[in-house]
Design a protein around this ligand. Structure first.
Ligand SMILES: Nc1ncnc2c1ncn2[C@@H]1O[C@H](COP(=O)(O)OP(=O)(O)O)[C@@H](O)[C@H]1O
Ligand SMILES: [Mg+2]
Length: 531
């Protein structure tokens, strides 16, 4: 292996146990921020990742440089000044816990790199590292730290379309399905057009480079074994761009626990009254074994909204006027929820939660639902799986839940609208790993996510991100030049930070193994132009 630099600590830039400096000869052109290098010095050796590169010449100011050239940029003076590139590398692994002295810097061999990346127990590739000498190897994470029970949750952030968050998620899922030892399934909510409604088909856009990454990671690209679900419309058809989706439709029993978060009132005081009335109604309905919204409404008309009573009179401890408001909101549910909610028990079709199988993906299409119905679907689906995992009654031990646009549902600011869902997501973030639920989430701005969730994520992936976002305190531990590279990332480049890693690693991820909605549109546009 040829030399690519020489490590030495100077007065102004001493080597430490954490960092070492080295200069690079002018003809060396491969090194870049993110490269991994090795230095051998007497008595110690270290492998480090380049976090900072500086280039400067032996001149004090610009005037001193311009003067001998008579201000002509094309003129080369006889005694041209020396210029040099200096790198700072962060130590990833070293022989002894002390600063290295001086020594020759080379690229590590494949074996040495493998040693750096082989963290005990890490077996699931989340991408490849390509060193600047061309060596490519998989970067693996630990199953127990991704899916539980030691740690959980993966976050993918970055700019829409350019950070390729959804694509990255699908690649990670394929890799998890290929390598995980536990029985694992995944539930995805589709909330953007037909983004995730074709993931059962293989992608036709994979390049040679993509295929090489798949091969290196031991993953075969292709469509997922998928079941598509969508809420029913009034006619019992799926509200979805995927017309053969299986429908679901919920009634009183399915939604009764979520009603308090769906009931609305103008003031806090009125909301409390409405909630109290609802709890009383629920108690009475349960005593009388009422099983549908229609039956509950009928009961309210018969026993609570008595004609001979004035609005200010109490009936079963609640003003008749409040019963009236509750009645109107319950009656409006069917229309407001576009068919997702039905008044009649015989029309109820629940999701077949118990049947989710190993390596199966469920795509629940909520794209055509409004904000509140979406929230209802999220909350109930999460709860149903949570309780089954806790009881260990599923055919799988681990479940991945993918939430796109997490910032909408678990924002860092207090938002009454999403309070109950956010609470649930925070709960999953905190307890999920011990139950086997792992939240995989994506968003444009990581800084807009609630702190309680961020604190529990064990794997972070950063795609191309804008300056203003990188200036947030959240990113303060990333060196400036690492941030610079994130700013300039191409689509397949990511920074991966995993709980068990010494330092974040620059990785490459391929295009998704399966078809995204955007690929299908491109395909259709192409077919049209050919026809
Ligand atoms: N490695 C890659 N190189 C080039 N294009 C890619 C790559 N990965 C994904 N794409 C394409 O980029 C587009 C945006 O990707 P997507 O994953 O939908 O981004 P996001 O979810 O961040 O908005 C898609 O059309 C996808 O096919
Ligand atoms: Mg996306």
């Amino acid at each position: 292996m040829s030399a690519i630099g020489y490590a030495i600590g100077t007065r102004s830039s001493p080597n430490t146990a954490n960092d070492f400096y080295f200069w690079v000869p002018p003809e060396e052109e491969s090194l870049q921020v993110g490269s991994i290098v090795k230095v051998e010095s007497p008595g110690n050796s270290a492998i480090g990742v380049v976090e900072e590169m500086k280039s400067y010449a032996d001149v004090d100011d610009f005037l001193t440089h311009a003067l001998p050239r008579a201000n002509d940029p094309l003129l080369v003076p006889a005694n041209k000044e020396q210029s040099i590139v200096v790198c700072r590398a962060r130590v990833l692994k070293q022989h002894r816990e002390r600063p290295i002295g001086e020594g020759v810097v080379r690229y590590p061999t494949r074996g040495e790199l493998e040693e750096v990346f082989s963290v005990e127990g890490c077996r699931i590739p989340f991408g490849v590292f390509v060193n600047s000498d061309g060596t490519m190897l998989p970067v693996r994470v630990h199953e127990e730290y991704v899916l539980g029970y030691e740690g959980a949750h993966v976050n993918i952030s970055g700019m829409s379309g350019l950070a390729t968050k959804t694509s990255t998620f699908l690649f990670l899922l394929a890799s998890i399905f290929a390598h995980a030892r536990s029985r694992v399934a995944c539930v995805i909510f589709n909330n953007k057009s037909d983004d995730l409604l074709h993931i059962d088909r293989a992608s036709k856009e994979l390049t040679r480079e993509d295929l090489l990454i798949y091969e290196t990671c031991g993953v075969s690209p292709g469509g997922f074994k998928t079941r598509f679900f969508a809420p029913s419309n009034f006619y019992g058809r799926p509200q979805s761009l995927r017309q053969e989706a299986e429908v679901f439709r919920w009634g009183w029993e399915e939604i009764v626990n979520y009603l308090p978060s769906l009931l609305k009132a103008a003031t806090q005081d009125q909301k409390e009254k409405l909630d109290n009335a609802f709890y009383e109604l629920r108690r009475m309905a349960s005593l009388r074994a009422l099983a549908s919204i229609a039956e509950v409404l009928e009961f309210m008309r018969r026993e609570l909204l008595l004609e001979q009573k004035a609005p200010s009179e109490l009936i079963h401890g609640t003003y008749k006027a409040t019963w009236g408001k509750l009645y109107n909101q319950l009656r409006a549910l069917e229309t407001k929820y576009d068919g997702l909610i039905t008044g009649y028990a015989e029309e109820v079709v629940d999701l077949p939660f118990d049947s989710i199988a190993d390596r199966e993906v469920w795509v629940i299409d909520i794209q055509q639902l409004g904000f509140y119905p979406r929230k209802l679907v999220f909350e109930r689906v999460i709860d149903e799986f949570l309780s089954r995992l806790e009881r260990r009654s599923l055919k799988v031990e681990k479940l991945i839940i993918f939430m796109d646009e997490l910032n909408k549902y678990a924002p860092s600011n207090a938002s009454a609208e999403v309070a109950s869902l956010k609470e649930k997501l925070i709960d999953i973030a905190a307890r999920g790993r011990s139950i086997g639920i792992s939240l995989f989430a994506a968003e444009q701005f990581r800084s807009k996510i609630d702190q309680n969730i961020l604190g529990n994520i064990s794997t972070d992936i950063y795609g191309k991100t804008k300056d203003a976002e990188l200036a947030e305190p959240l990113y303060k531990n990333l060196p400036e030049q690492v941030k610079g590279r994130i700013r300039r990332f191409s689509r397949g480049e990511k920074l991966l930070d995993h709980e068990l890693f010494e330092a974040p690693v620059f990785i490459r991820v391929p295009r998704p193994p399966c078809m995204l909605g955007s690929e299908l549109s491109r395909l259709r546009a192409m077919q049209k132009s050919v026809a």
